[in-house]
Design a protein around this ligand. Structure first.
Ligand SMILES: Nc1ncnc2c1ncn2[C@@H]1O[C@H](COP(=O)(O)OP(=O)(O)OP(=O)(O)O)[C@@H](O)[C@H]1O
Ligand SMILES: [Mg+2]
Length: 265
């Protein structure tokens, strides 16, 4: 079993306009194990993507206190690639386009950096695995020969993130709004991909605004973030409550008067 622990995490980001540091995360605590799926919900701008970028090691996000432990070991000093080799994976809210590198080349390299140098994945194994996963995701083979994400539609990019997930087989995957912009069929396909990963050797942190995704990928734990903190933990019923009530009810119940929600004056 692998563990990912976020302990009292405080994170600042440089505000380029104001030329000063701005605190985004104000003490996040969360504990994941493989075998579990956690969901994070929360209003826009509360720090969900900041949390995922910080876990993955984006250097723009500065940890001012707290820690992130993977299997009990702090990963704060590790660069992104080392975190990836250790089994972390991030499907970004806005996946980058990488012209000049085909999707298939990218996948093979990403798999091989996690293997011993003298033991790359045999090409036939790679192609078999690729075929199987393309099938599962209803993706056309030609997508793998195109440059990574270049000219992909919004939904194709999201589906391609799940192809990477299935091929790279990380221990922990953070999926940041993997459902945004997906049509109903694509939502089911993406969920099928994530559910195929479910098992004792896989854990996931799924960031979403919509409870509908959680009908397909049923989480073990739901965390609600507001204003840089986790303010409530619960089960799938918590996501259903938010879908019905919005965030105002929970905010008022918790007495978080300063949390700003967009539908209010
Ligand atoms: N590089 C940056 N410079 C300035 N502000 C930033 C930067 N990165 C994040 N922020 C601010 O930090 C806050 C949290 O942003 P973040 O993207 O983590 O929110 P989120 O919870 O993922 O929101 P959404 O649901 O809209 O995706 C926002 O107010 C955002 O403007
Ligand atoms: Mg976000």
């Amino acid at each position: 079993m692998a563990t990912l622990e976020i302990k009292n995490l405080h994170v600042e980001v440089k505000d380029e306009e104001k030329k000063q540091m701005k605190q985004i995360l104000k003490g996040v605590n969360m504990s994941l194990k493989t075998g579990e799926i956690h969901a994070i919900m929360g209003p826009n701008g509360t720090g969900k993507s900041t949390l995922s970028e910080t876990i993955m090691g984006n250097p723009n996000y500065h940890v001012t206190s707290g820690d992130i432990l993977l299997n009990g070991e702090s990963i704060l000093d590790m660069p992104v690639d080392e975190r990836a080799r250790k089994g972390l994976f991030l499907a970004m809210q806005y996946p980058a386009e990488v012209p000049g590198v085909t999707n298939a080349e990218f996948l093979r390299t990403a798999i091989n950096v996690r293997r011993p140098k003298d033991n790359p994945i045999p090409i036939t194994d790679f192609l078999n695995e690729l075929d199987k996963n393309l099938d599962l995701l209803d993706m056309k083979e030609e997508m793998t020969e195109r440059y990574l994400n270049e000219g992909f539609s919004g939904g194709e990019k999201k589906r391609n993130e799940i192809l990477q997930l299935l091929m790279i087989k990380p221990s922990f995957a953070i999926l940041d709004e993997i459902d945004s912009g997906l049509d109903i069929d694509a939502l089911k396909v993406v969920s099928r991909g994530v559910n195929a990963m479910r098992g004792d050797n896989f854990g996931s942190l799924i960031i979403t605004h919509y409870q509908r995704l959680l009908d397909y990928i049923v989480p073990d734990v739901v965390h609600v973030m507001m204003d840089g903190r986790v303010v409530k933990d619960g089960g799938p019923e918590l996501a259903k409550r938010l879908e019905n009530e919005g965030y105002a009810g929970l905010r008022n119940e918790l007495g978080l008067k300063d949390v700003y929600l967009v539908d209010e004056d």
